[in-house]
Design a protein around this ligand. Structure first.
Ligand SMILES: [Zn+2]
Length: 210
């Protein structure tokens, strides 16, 4: 199987930029997707008079699922609002990921891609890198607190970072950093002079190129 991680990251970052989000954790009700109706089973059941059992038919164990073709051009994400907050957020981003990646099927590859999209939208690697450069230890409790991740998602993120590090840069890194700049400065002011040293080293290197 071939994965284009960079493209999925771009798509997740673009989604954050489009939604005009400026701080983390992102509340579940701010997770949106253009031309997609996001509605809870509970509300949809009330609106349509359909029982939740009927709505979730075939999806009893899922926190959310995508519904297409009910009306032409209508895509819906239905979710269970009784589910625990942090997990629900990952699930919503996961479904948005299926849409943004233009998935036609729901196989193993699509699942992995949607999970990766959710992990990047929920806790962008570029921001974790920026915070770590400011002298903060990126631990599982830190990821849970900062980005509102579930313990499961935080563990996966940590495993990913241990394995792959921060070396993957993305075309939208700088724009995402700019959008969340105030948030990072307010919540994670640099702890180390090391941060400034690096900063000046970078500037020095820039200057040498002039
Ligand atoms: Zn899925």
């Amino acid at each position: 199987m071939k994965y284009d991680w960079s493209k999925i990251t771009s798509s997740a970052y673009l989604t954050l930029l489009e939604l005009d989000l400026h701080e983390f954790p992102i509340p579940a009700n701010k997770i949106k997707c253009k031309n997609v109706m996001i509605c809870s089973y509970q509300k949809y059941s009330k609106k349509t008079g359909c029982s939740i059992e009927k709505i979730t038919l075939g999806h009893e164990l899922d926190d959310a699922f995508l519904l297409k073709g009910l009306r032409p051009g209508l895509t819906m994400i239905l979710y269970d609002k009784e589910k625990y907050g942090a997990r629900l957020k990952h699930t919503l981003w996961h479904e948005v990921g299926h849409i943004k990646c233009n998935h036609k099927n729901h196989g193993e590859q699509e699942e992995i891609e949607a999970h990766f999209f959710a992990a990047q939208a929920n806790a962008p690697n570029v921001l974790i890198k920026a915070i770590s450069q400011r002298g903060y230890a990126i631990t599982i409790p830190f990821l849970m607190e900062c980005f509102g991740l579930s313990e499961e998602a935080a563990k996966k993120k940590k495993e990913y970072l241990n394995k792959y590090g921060f070396e993957h840069s993305n075309e939208y890194d700088d724009v995402v950093l700019m959008q969340f700049n105030d948030y990072i400065n307010r919540k994670y002011p640099p702890k180390t002079t090391h941060f400034f040293d690096d900063y000046y080293d970078d500037m020095e290197r820039e200057r040498e190129k002039w």
